[in-house]
Design a binder for this molecule. Structure first.
Ligand code: AQP
Length: 316
């Protein structure tokens, strides 16, 4: 029986936060040894928000160190960046030709940007097509993601079906894996935790940074329980235990926040230390990413040969 394939990506658009970790990274890295896993740094996607080359480079290096500190084993996982495998953008174009504009106009990210009267660049509009290519090139079975990405996985499935119906069976239809309890991790303001909302608790935060973020959590209280604090806290402690603590300390927001700071520190401190070790040898960390790109390129290039054959441009 062929191995089950897992795949997911993260944008190097800022510091990964605990929402990224619990919503996606933990699921992706927690797969049994006999599963095939692809971990992507989707740098071309991040161009939507990162327009400074120095920042882009730093962000890419940071994500590499983050994943290594989280225990990613490059012997078991194909770890690479999107821009090292040009087949992603090539396949994106092919998908563009079979997808209609009204269909992409139904994407939430586009609708949100439109509702906010933002000037929408073509890359943002087309984002789901590049993401479909990122996924479908590797034939994954499962895509672990947070709830915000559900629609994008559906678009990838629709695109695979459309291509298969037009040119013959080529792409496997992937399934999204969204864990209910961590589907939307709230940020310090109660909205979805998101790099672009400035409401995050960074996954590798220093103690002072954790403290500052937790103390800024907006306390919307019902029955003396600060809901936003509780929602984040339950990622780190058993819920029954927490219910007891929050009942005992009803209304004592400062104490509850201090406890959350301590629990976060317990979780983050060992990760932070590991990350500092990897940061001592950045060329070694980047060599892992480069080797992963070469491995991914072989898979992607074989798939593209098949695609070119199917669409009829392979004439030699
Ligand atoms: N708050 C969240 N709760 C659960 N899962 C989340 N994810 C992101 N935020 C939460 C999941 O993390 C993965 C990687 O996300 P990404 O960096 O590629 O893009 P994103 O979803 O757009 O994350 P951000 O922080 O919101 O980034 P910006 O602000 O740059 O757009 C995805 O699987 C996502 O579901």
């Amino acid at each position: 029986m062929s191995k089950k394939v897992f795949l997911s990506g993260i944008q190097p658009s800022g510091k990964p936060h605990i929402g990224n970790y619990f919503g996606m990274m933990k699921q992706l890295l927690g797969q049994p040894e006999d599963y095939e896993v692809y971990v992507l740094i989707v740098d071309y996607h991040a161009m939507k928000s990162v327009r400074d080359s120095k920042e882009m480079k730093e962000n890419i290096i940071a994500v590499v160190l983050d994943y290594l500190a989280l225990g990613l084993d490059p012997n078991k996982v194909t770890f690479f960046k999107q821009s090292d495998v040009s087949e992603h953008t090539e396949l994106c174009w092919i998908f563009d030709t079979i997808t209609t504009m009204p269909y992409l106009m139904r994407a939430h990210a586009f609708k949100d940007a439109e509702a906010k009267n933002k000037e929408i660049d073509v890359g943002t509009f087309n984002y789901p097509m590049l993401m479909a290519a990122d996924i479908l090139l590797y034939g994954p079975d499962i895509i672990p993601v947070g709830a915000d990405q559900k629609q994008h996985i559906e678009i990838a499935r629709d695109t695979a079906l459309k291509f298969n119906n037009t040119y013959g069976e080529t792409f496997k239809l992937p399934e999204a894996m969204i864990m209910k309890e961590v589907a939307i991790i709230p940020g310090t303001d109660g909205q979805k935790m998101s790099k672009s909302y400035n409401n995050t608790i960074p996954l590798f935060a220093e103690y002072e940074e954790i403290k500052k973020a937790v103390m800024s959590i907006v306390t919307d209280s019902r029955g003396g329980v600060p809901q936003n604090v509780f929602a984040i806290h339950k990622l780190f402690r058993n819920e029954n235990e927490l219910n007891k603590i929050y009942a005992e300390k009803a209304g004592k927001y400062k104490e509850l926040k201090e406890l959350l700071v301590e629990d976060l520190e317990k979780f983050i401190a060992p990760l932070r230390e590991k990350r500092k070790e990897f940061a001592k040898d950045i060329p070694k960390a980047l060599a892992i990413l480069k080797a992963g790109g070469e491995k991914a390129k072989k898979v992607a290039s074989a798939k593209m040969d098949e695609v070119r054959e199917k669409i009829g441009v392979s004439v030699y």
